[in-house]
Design a protein around this ligand. Structure first.
Ligand code: NAP
Length: 308
């Protein structure tokens, strides 16, 4: 583990200097982006055009718009070309599938994503399965999921692979550790459990995958050397649920009302940071932890697609 333990008084509001390592996704992401920018320049020199990522955004959901805009901005920062395709909320499933098929055959495009969630009248699984796996830089297509399970080449899902990059950057030991993943979604919890149980680094953990039907959750999470929290509930994980000296990775992101802020809200994760952090060996902040790593992984996947 990096020895530069970070003092973080303001967040933890403690009287003493904190002794935990902050797993800084912005710092790690920025370091990786420098490498990605070099890769983008090399692709441009070889192929005569920069890597190109497109994002389809259906409807006007504010959070989705913010996420997509951040992805587009990240593309610009590393010299990629990006295209934002905005479609109305009322678009039919067939029309959306036709747009996806068009992007599959667009030779000027290396990869694309369909921002989730989609409106209720559209079957998201059908849309994701229509994406050509070779352009599926979100890593959600069953072919890429299957390749991940088998350890074959393919695109890894952005959030779990971003977490792996972060663990690598901070040399977090994983071999033989008990990792508890809290949440079993297809995009975060389940792939995270697979990646950390693989015979690789980071990996070789003994993994427990917990979910809403798990009995006596606290007794399980307290066994975790590494606790990955992707539950979608603000500040759900409290200090009593965490073992002393654990590494905690908080995937959640929520806006909660805060009258002391100019904006009227603050961002929190699925973990009650102020009380959990002092028990940890290392922990990700929210914001600035997993979020920037998800975007960086998407760029890495796009570079890989462009290099093929
Ligand atoms: P999700 O699809 O809502 O899945 C939540 C999981 O948590 C489910 O497996 C659910 O179990 C489990 N769960 C819910 N309540 C529980 C409880 N009381 N006890 C135990 N398990 C419980 O969420 P997601 O898509 O994985 O996202 C999780 C969080 O991460 C959200 O806050 C999301 O916004 C955030 N996120 C952040 C990023 C990023 O880049 N930072 C990326 C993706 C997601 P069941 O399966 O039994 O229902």
């Amino acid at each position: 583990m990096d020895q530069s333990t970070v003092p973080f008084r303001s967040l933890v509001e403690m009287s003493e200097v904190a002794t935990y390592q902050l797993l800084d996704g912005k710092r790690c992401g920025d370091a990786l982006k420098e490498e990605i920018a070099k890769g983008a320049a090399a692709v441009k020199a070889k192929r005569g055009r920069a890597p190109h990522l497109a994002a389809i955004l259906v409807g006007n959901d504010g959070a989705s718009k913010t996420y997509v805009e951040a992805k587009v901005k990240a593309c610009e920062s590393v010299g990629f070309r990006s295209s934002l395709i905005r479609l109305p909320e009322s678009i039919s499933e067939d029309e959306l599938l036709a747009r996806v098929k068009g992007l599959n055959t667009d030779e000027e495009l290396d990869g694309f994503i369909v921002q989730l969630p989609l409106p209720d009248h559209i079957d998201a699984d059908r849309v994701l399965q229509a994406i050509d796996p070779r352009k599926d830089v979100d890593g959600f297509h069953p072919v890429n999921v299957g390749n991940m399970v088998l350890g074959l080449p393919g695109f890894l899902p952005a959030t779990p692979s971003g977490i792996c990059e972060l663990l690598k950057y901070y040399n977090v030991e994983t071999v033989g550790k008990h990792c508890v993943v809290l949440g079993r979604s297809n995009i975060v919890g389940t792939p995270m459990s697979i990646l950390l149980s693989r015979n690789a680094y980071p990996g070789n953990c003994t993994v427990t995958l917990a979910h809403s039907r798990t009995k006596d959750l606290t007794s399980i999470t307290r066994q975790a050397d590494i606790l990955v929290v992707a539950i979608g509930k603000p500040e759900f994980v409290t200090a009593d649920m965490v073992k002393e000296g654990a590494v905690v990775v908080d995937v959640g992101i929520h806006r909660i009302a805060d009258v002391s802020k100019k904006s009227g809200f603050r961002l929190v994760g699925d973990t009650a940071f102020a009380e959990v952090a002092p028990k940890c060996k290392a922990i990700t902040p929210v914001p600035g932890g997993v979020g920037p790593m998800t975007i960086t992984s998407l760029l890495l996947n796009t570079l890989k697609a462009a290099g093929r």
